[in-house]
Design a protein around this ligand. Structure first.
Ligand SMILES: O=C(NCCCCc1cc2cnccc2s1)c1cc(-c2ccc(F)cc2)cc(O)c1O
Ligand SMILES: [Mg+2]
Length: 214
């Protein structure tokens, strides 16, 4: 019995999903986490909203803050056009290692680059070290107390352009009140709230979309 939950999730995927089939990986993680052990994947209900917004945005460049086991990374990657650049940032090296194996099994590893470290360290390096200009789409799913400072940091580093779409998870639970306050009261963002539920639970949650107006 693997000692940590994330390893058990990976093992379940390796034994129950189809190699090279991203949707089977997503479905296997949802099945395990709804039937066996809860985990903080965005889940299928919020995941379908994420899919819709990624498809509508059709990004050439995408960033994810908070990779965890790679569940949302697989959902996003399978929707990206060929040649799109997708970076995902994870602070926990053990989680990053699990996500790497999930991406490889799903067959999306060529589309995703995992950057290990904290957002405040990595964001200022993105232009110089990772040859990024601006991001068309950003999925924010890391510590909720970093949502606002990192949004401001993305602005300051010139990583947002007119039309950049920010999509934040967990704005109701665990909650990101200061982030909602910031983007909803800042004239530079056009906000939309997408009510949903906490992954695998009946608790209310929501995604918030904030489009940068430049
Ligand atoms: O904490 C959550 N996600 C963040 C963990 C990532 C830590 C990182 C920090 C960092 C800094 N810099 C770069 C990369 C990164 S990654 C989270 C938590 C819940 C939840 C937890 C308990 C509960 F009872 C109910 C819901 C639900 C969710 O959907 C979540 O996403
Ligand atoms: Mg989340």
């Amino acid at each position: 019995m693997p000692q940590i939950k994330e390893q058990r999730i990976l093992d379940y995927v390796l034994q129950n999903a189809v190699k090279g089939d991203p949707q089977s990986v997503v479905d296997a993680i949802d099945k395990y986490c709804s039937e066996k052990e809860w985990a903080m994947n965005v889940g299928n209900e919020k995941g379908l909203i994420l899919d819709k917004i990624v498809s509508e945005t059709n990004p050439s460049t995408a960033l994810e803050l908070g990779t965890y086991c790679g569940y949302s990374g697989v959902r996003i990657a399978q929707l990206l056009k060929p040649g799109a650049c997708f970076l995902t940032v994870e602070k926990n090296p053990v989680h990053a290692a699990i996500a790497k194996q999930i991406f490889e099994f799903a067959g999306v590893q060529e589309k995703i680059k995992i950057l290990e470290g904290s957002s405040e360290e990595i964001i200022p390096q993105l232009k110089s070290k990772h040859k990024v200009n601006t991001f068309d789409f950003i999925f924010i799913d890391h510590w909720s107390d970093r949502y606002t400072p990192d949004t401001k940091l993305l602005e300051e580093c010139g990583l947002l352009k007119q039309g950049s779409v920010l999509l934040a998870d967990n704005v109701i639970y665990p909650g990101a009140p200061d982030f909602l306050q910031y983007v909803r009261n800042c004239s530079r963002y056009e906000c939309t709230n997408y009510p949903s539920h906490l992954e695998y639970m009946d608790k209310e949650d929501a995604l918030e979309k904030a489009v940068f107006k430049g």
